[in-house]
Design a protein around this ligand. Structure first.
Ligand SMILES: [Zn+2]
Length: 125
């Protein structure tokens, strides 16, 4: 009986310590702020450059902004087609999806410093 209590205590202690470390490392790492929703952008790999100063923004926020700024037909939706481009497609299921309009959101040359740093880091690994 007393053995069980002891091991229970041990588990609690290590759990507390782990939580403290986690909290400390979270404070240390500062994430850039999304210019659209003003929350921190934790995953730069899926972020997109926004605005003149190319701030990283959540992909979901950018998608929402693009969707809100376009007039979509009842069967149309916006998808990401790569290289900073979105496309309005008609949402028919099956093989005959057609693109009505492409929207270039990100200029390839206008990547912010965060993206350059990110690709440098990826290359180093
Ligand atoms: Zn956001």
């Amino acid at each position: 009986m007393s053995e069980n209590q002891e091991s229970g205590e041990k588990t609690n202690t290590s759990r507390n310590r782990r939580r403290n470390n986690y909290r400390r490392s979270r404070i240390k790492r500062s994430f850039p702020e999304c210019p659209i929703c003003h929350k921190s952008v934790k995953f730069l790999l899926t972020a997109m450059s926004v605005g003149e100063d190319n701030k990283p923004a959540h992909f979901d926020c950018v998608l929402k902004q693009v969707t809100d700024s376009e007039e979509l037909g009842p069967k149309e939706k916006i998808i990401y087609i790569g290289n900073g481009n979105f496309a309005i497609i008609n949402g028919k299921t099956g093989k005959d999806l057609s693109i009505r309009k492409t929207i270039q959101f990100e200029e390839k040359e206008s990547n912010g410093e965060w993206r350059k740093k990110l690709s440098r880091n990826l290359k180093n690994r």
